[in-house]
Design a protein around this ligand. Structure first.
Ligand code: PLP
Length: 355
């Protein structure tokens, strides 16, 4: 990324400048690389500032462009606030937003989806991996159902890209998103995927201006960010197997120790989850107290960064059917390739002095 901050500084949109043409080629290489790594064609990848923007682009874009088919968008109660808030906004614009429940395992009930979906449904929006629990939805089955009714499948794949194998086209996903910082890339850059084949997702842009990204996302390119996005995804995918094994060892150790020593509950334990996320409930301490007592050494999270900022209990845990009191005792542990078994042991030792 560094050269693109300093020497390769031209604006790629300036096509009369030889330096800009060169940078433009690097951007297209980055697009091709990303497409290959997520099972898409390069023309289906549009660079932007990350998943919040992608979610707004897709949901608003689909709603405004598909009104002839209908106004119904189906989503779940466990989505990221970027989805929930965008849906709340679209409701004020006349959208019919149907929120289907999830069960104690964090999964949506396909029968509920089947009952809710009809030929007026324009989109089904279900996240692949939950940011608080790591729980993975059965996107393939959701997609089969949605496609039978001609609805677009939009999956918030922010927490899955770079962490677990993913292939948008094979999974039947028509629109998806990524943020580079979820796989050790730079913050504030990402991409949206929009299928150009069966179904072709055609939407109106959120931002109007200089016509970048084939008119879908105007604004000067974040060149270092885009180069960093592609490189960090390439590294994440190359190291995925090794990183997953390393992280799973730590996670399995942590989970078994926390259950045995502190009677902790691990949410979604029985199902498929991303390797890096643990949502854990300690019966004897509130999450706020635990965070206070551990914060000098460990960076635990209440739920999502957004809910922490707003001082709210997790809507995800409550959507899974747990009580407010249970949610107040639940926190999130996120692991990465940089964590070690020694750190996990220290964490358990520290918990033993607190709980
Ligand atoms: N969706 C999920 C599942 C996330 O975890 C996040 C970020 O934490 C977002 C969307 C929003 O991503 P960003 O803040 O990069 O726009």
């Amino acid at each position: 990324m560094i050269p693109y901050f300093i020497s390769s500084y031209a604006n790629p949109s300036n096509i009369n400048n030889i330096l800009a043409v060169e940078i433009s080629k690097h951007i297209e290489d980055a697009r091709k690389k990303i497409a290959l790594l997520v099972g898409a064609d390069s023309q289906e990848i549009y660079f932007n500032s990350g998943s919040t923007e992608a979610i707004n682009t897709v949901l608003k874009g689909v709603f405004y462009n598909y009104t002839a088919k209908g106004k119904k968008i189906i989503t779940t109660a466990a989505e990221h606030t970027a989805v929930l808030q965008t849906c709340d906004y679209l409701r004020t614009q006349g959208a019919e937003i149907i929120t289907i429940p999830i069960d104690k395992n964090g999964l949506i009930d396909l029968e509920c989806l089947e009952a809710a979906i009809d030929n007026n449904t324009i989109a089904v929006c279900v996240m692949f991996a939950n940011n608080e629990t790591g729980i993975l939805q059965d996107i393939r089955s959701i997609s089969e159902l949605a496609h039978r009714h001609g609805a677009i499948v939009f999956s918030d794949t922010t927490q899955a890209v770079g962490k677990i194998p993913i292939n948008f086209r094979e999974m039947g996903i028509d629109a998806a998103c990524m943020s580079a910082h979820k796989f050790h890339g730079p913050k504030g850059v990402g991409a949206v995927y929009l299928s150009r084949k069966q179904p072709r997702v055609s939407i109106l842009p959120l931002l109007h201006g200089g016509g970048q990204e084939r008119g879908l996302r105007a604004g000067t390119y974040n060149v270092p960010g885009i180069i960093g996005l592609a490189k960090s995804l390439e590294i994440a995918v190359l190291q995925m197997h090794e990183n997953t094994n390393h992280i799973l060892q730590i996670k399995n150790y942590l989970e078994s120790e926390m259950k045995a020593a502190f009677s902790a509950t691990i949410l979604g334990e029985e199902g498929l989850r991303t390797p890096n996320t643990v949502s854990v409930m300690f019966p004897t301490i509130s999450n706020i107290d635990l965070l206070k007592k551990t914060k000098t050494k460990f960076a635990l999270a209440l739920g999502s960064a957004c809910s922490a900022r707003l001082g709210k209990t997790s809507h995800v845990i409550k959507a899974m059917g747990y009580t407010e009191a249970f949610a107040k005792h639940t926190c999130r542990i996120s692991l990465s390739k940089y964590n070690t078994k020694e750190e996990a042991t220290l964490f358990i030792e520290m918990l033993k002095t607190i709980l």
